[in-house]
Design a protein around this ligand. Structure first.
Ligand code: NFE
Ligand code: MG
Length: 518
């Protein structure tokens, strides 16, 4: 029995703590805890409902666009204007949101996860023709080792040449992310915290110049994804095939669906490219999705609020001294069960529903790797799904940009109701995102957001079922407890949006070591 503490896990967004108990190198028990309280839902109370679009974007600098979409969908619903959103508004929302997805997925693979697999020291002393590699070599030679060190040692398996190519792409990916942000700004105005998405549609005027500029930048991103992102993910997959076998977790996958193709007022019936649903590891029992079955548990969370509430009547009363609790993250459950959300869940739901483009993409990668669909329930399955989703979104966006109609309306005109309720369901880069609003006397009476990482990195629920990431960690064999690569690779595969610390605690309470990970 031993206890390993990793605090914090870096290269993720925000603050997360994970504890795990090991026995003979096997993780017996893992705990995820979010250690920050922010209370944005409380800040929204008493404000003009239209402020939700602005304030909820401040939840995060990485996925503000997702919150702009979710809040605008909730407000479309509460104002009764969903069907009035014109096609230009719907398409621009998809284009702005899609730009953010591309940026976010490239960020995750190259700048958050890749250094778990790529040995950046392969760039040291490089003097060849690759300008990007020389930049890294010069940077390291000046003694600038962050964000590359400290790191775990002992499991870098790519060839020197493959490592160098990946480091070069790491630098190129910084430029690509800037391009994706600039592309977002064409229809979104700016990034982060765009004003382009708004209840009723989107605010930019459509012009031919903007469509041309958008497609030009999209093409550059397409080249990067086809020539580098997907090949690099496949190179990692070939070098680390054992990571198709670990980190699976709960094997229940949930998606609210994304990429609106019509304006049906019932979001669960709205035509979306990626359908909603839930599926388990058999992939043959796809079930329809009913948002009434969502609940948030708080037995093990630092909240004094009632547990097992639907988000439409959710409460956010922090109680940081609550005995037994270990996280500010609540525990959302669907049908009382733990579910994983994110790119893998979205693709599995679409795959199980027979979505042709998704089937073709997933099958092509599986056949290239000689793997079966079950291999996707893993660390590498999450990385592959994220890369494939990026490719899919780029293809879709190119078509959508051509469907915009210069000179036509982009936003509905409407009056604000004094009272109403609304629900905004979408898929953020990291998974299912829901906003619920209750408007009374013209102001926000209650607002609740249930975000992807709340699903994936939740603590134990009212029945003490571990959350999705906790389950993915449990049962993992650690090869070298001084270098517990496996744990951080599992955590990072979820792309969590909070900073984590991982504690491995023995039943006898012995502490094995404290690790800082970069
Ligand atoms: Ni802060 Fe987010 C995404 C949302 S949080 S990154 O994607 O919503 O899990
Ligand atoms: Mg919440």
């Amino acid at each position: 029995m031993s206890k390993i503490v990793i605090d914090p896990v870096t290269r993720i967004e925000g603050h997360l703590k994970i504890e795990a108990i090991t026995e003979d190198g096997l993780v017996r028990e893992a705990r995820c805890g979010g250690l920050m309280f922010r209370g944005l839902e409380l800040i929204l109370r008493g404000r003009d409902p239209r402020d939700a679009q602005r304030i909820t974007q401040r939840i995060c600098g990485v996925c503000p666009t997702a919150h702009a979409i979710a809040s605008s969908l909730a407000l479309d619903d509460a104002f009764g204007i969903a069907e009035l959103v014109p096609p230009n508004g719907r398409i621009m929302r998809n284009l702005i949101f899609g730009s953010n997805f591309i940026q976010s997925h490239i960020l995750h693979f190259y700048h958050l996860a890749a250094l778990d697999y790529v040995d950046v020291t392969a760039a040291a002393g490089y003097t060849g023709p690759d300008r990007r590699l020389r930049q890294v070599s010069d940077y390291v030679a000046r003694g600038s080792l962050s964000p590359f060190l400290p790191r775990y040692e002992g499991d870098y398996r790519l060839s020197r040449r493959a490592n160098q190519q990946a480091v070069s792409n790491y630098v190129e990916a910084l430029h690509m992310r800037r391009e994706a942000q600039e592309m977002l700004a064409i229809f979104g105005g700016k990034m982060p915290h765009s004003m382009g998405i708004f209840p009723g549609g989107a605010l930019e005027q459509v012009t031919v110049d903007k469509i041309v500029a958008f497609r030009w930048q999209l093409n550059r991103l397409r080249d990067f994804v086809d020539e580098h992102y997907l090949p690099d993910v496949l190179a990692v997959a070939r070098a680390y095939p054992d990571y198709f076998e670990i980190g699976g977790g709960c094997r229940h996958y949930l998606s609210y669906g994304n990429w609106d193709l019509d304006q049906s007022p019932d979001l669960t019936k709205r035509l979306r490219v990626l359908p909603n649903g839930r599926v388990n590891g058999s992939l043959d029992a796809i079930e329809s999705f009913d948002p009434e079955r969502i609940r948030e548990h708080v037995k093990n969370s630092w909240y004094g609020s009632k547990s097992d509430l639907h988000p439409s009547i959710g409460e956010t009363d922090a109680d940081p001294k609550k005995p037994g609790a270990y996280s500010f993250v609540k525990a959302p459950r669907y049908d009382g069960q733990v579910h994983e959300v994110g790119p893998l869940a979205r693709l599995l739901v679409a795959y199980a529903r027979g979505q042709e483009r998704v089937r073709a993409l997933v099958d092509s990668v599986l056949s290239e790797l000689g793997a079966k669909p079950a291999a996707l329930f893993s660390v590498l399955g999450r990385h592959a799904a994220r890369a494939l989703e990026t490719k899919l979104i780029i293809e879709l966006m190119d078509d959508w940009a051509l469907q915009l109609k210069p000179g036509e309306s982009n936003c509905a005109v409407y009056d604000l109701p004094e009272n109403g309720t609304g629900m905004g369901l979408t898929e953020a880069p990291r998974g299912s995102l829901g906003h619920w609003i209750n408007i009374k006397d013209g102001v926000i009476a209650n607002y609740q957001a249930v975000v992807p990482t709340t699903w994936n990195c939740s603590p134990r629920d009212d029945r003490d079922q571990p959350g999705a990431c906790e389950q993915a960690l449990e049962g993992t064999k650690i090869r070298d407890e001084q270098n517990p690569f496996e744990l951080v690779r599992i955590v990072r595969s979820f792309d969590p949006c909070l900073a984590c610390s991982i504690h491995m605690v023995s039943p006898k309470g012995r502490e094995n070591g404290i690790f800082r990970i970069n």
